[in-house]
Each structure stands twice: as structure tokens, then as C-alpha cells.
Design a protein around this ligand. Structure first.
Ligand code: IPE
Ligand code: MG
Length: 229
């Protein structure tokens, strides 16, 4: 979800306004994914690298998370959204950690759409934490396979993403879901995240469908696609 700051700057407003607009955009995209039967949506809300931003912006993002959860949780819960959090949450404040844990707990029974919020997440962190957990669990080097390590990755509960969308014009992965995106279709758009709406989502989905038809091999059954974005 990139481009909040530039969206605000274009309007001569502080970056925080862009982040707020980004939350509204996310709420709309969650609804649009749910309406389209997409069972998994994973968003990069705060990266391990985002701590390098000015203190004021970091604390603004933390407060925004808490405000956004309290504002939208009831609706998300009644819409069947299950919230899950991946990332090194041990490093965030008690207040933020509790708000995230509370959102997970309150939506734990839902299954219509799993919204994974990557918070203080990094793809390399994920691979390292998976290795550590595997070692702690006593996995020996000769027993270590991709499948075994996958079980220790932060998103072991979800299929690998089919489609990876980055907004805001940059053409890089920036340490998001490195392991899981090995076969994901990558989609980059100049659209700034607060402007990303259901029609932008449809553009990405159409592009995805087109690529599947062109490169998917001879016997690809579209119903086998698991629909993770
Ligand atoms: C995305 O927007 C923000 C986060 C998810 C933390 P940016 O803040 O990176 O916006 P730009 O790139 O400066 O426009
Ligand atoms: Mg950015």
C-alpha cells in the first residue's frame, strides 16, 4: 500500500492525511475482495524498515492503527472478515500489540475473507524466524525441505499469493512476502494507494486473468486458482 504521502502532498496536506485516506481505501478494497470471493488479502501495513521514518510519522501510524481498528472492527467482524497479524509484534508498544491481538481474537470465528495485516514485517525476518522455529522444534538439516520450512513461515495458514499488487509506482518487492511470492504474478501500478478502489482492483484482476491465459500452461484449470491477493 504505497503512495499515501504523495497523495497528501499533491493536496498540500500533511502525510498523516494520506495515511488516513489509505485506511479508507483499505476498507473499500477489503469489501471489494470479499464481494469478488477472494478468500485471502494480505496488506503490508508497516515494514521493519518503516521505523526509519521521522518519529512523528511513526507514532502517527501507530495511533492511526488503533483508531482505525476501533472504528472499523465491528463492521469487519459482521462482514465475515478474519483479521490475522504477521510480523515481529514483540517490538511494538503494548497498546498496539493489544489492539492487534484483540482484532484477531474478535474475528477468529470468521472465514469469509482472511485479512492478514503485515505489521513490523519483513520477508527476510520471516525466513529467519521460520529457521529459528524449525531448529527449536528439532528439525535436522537432512529433514529440512521447502515444505517443512513453509510450515514455520508466518503465513503457513494461507496459500501462497497468486497476485502481488504494489501501488505508488515503485517497481520492487521491498522485502514483502519474499518466500511466499516465488510464483506470484506481480502487478505494479502508478495509482497511489488512497486512489486504489474497486475499479483499480478489477484492472489488476483482469491483468492477472490475462497472464494466466497466456502463460499458465496447457492444462491450467482456473478453478484451481486459490485466489489469494
Ligand atoms: C505507504 O505510503 C505507507 C505505509 C504503508 C507505511 P507512503 O508513506 O510510503 O507514501 P509515499 O511513498 O511517501 O507516497
Ligand atoms: Mg512509500
Amino acid at each position: 500500500m504505497d503512495g499515501n504521502g504523495r497523495w497528501a502532498a499533491k493536496r498540500f496536506m500533511p502525510r498523516g492525511v494520506g495515511h488516513k485516506a489509505g485506511v479508507d481505501s483499505l476498507v473499500n478494497v477489503v469489501k471489494a475482495c470479499s464481494d469478488r470471493g477472494i478468500p485471502y488479502l494480505t496488506v503490508f501495513a508497516f515494514s521493519s524498515e518503516n521505523w526509519k521514518r521521522p518519529e512523528e510519522e511513526v507514532s502517527g501510524l501507530m495511533s492511526l492503527l488503533i483508531v482505525a481498528l476501533s472504528k472499523h472492527l465491528i463492521k469487519l467482524r459482521s462482514d465475515g472478515v478474519r483479521i490475522r497479524v504477521v510480523g515481529d509484534v514483540a517490538q511494538v508498544s503494548d497498546k498496539v500489540r493489544q489492539a492487534l491481538a484483540d482484532a484477531e481474537r474478535q474475528t477468529a470465528e470468521n472465514s469469509r475473507l482472511v485479512l492478514t495485516v503485515a505489521f513490523n514485517y519483513g520477508g527476510r525476518w520471516d525466513i529467519v524466524q521460520a529457521c529459528r522455529k524449525a531448529l527449536d522444534a528439532g528439525v535436522r538439516s537432512d529433514a529440512m525441505t521447502e515444505e517443512v520450512l513453509s510450515d514455520f513461515m508466518a503465513m503457513s495458514y494461507a496459500p501462497d499469493p497468486d497476485l502481488f499488487i504494489r501501488t505508488g509506482g515503485e517497481v520492487r518487492l521491498s522485502n514483502f512476502l519474499l518466500w511466499q511470492s516465488a510464483y506470484a504474478e506481480l502487478y505494479f501500478t502508478d495509482c497511489l494507494w488512497p486512489d486504489f478502489d474497486s475499479s483499480e482492483l478489477d484492472k489488476a484482476l483482469h491483468e492477472y486473468a490475462r497472464r494466466e491465459r497466456r502463460f499458465g500452461g496447457v492444462n491450467v484449470d482456473p478453478s484451481e486458482s486459490r485466489g489469494a491477493v
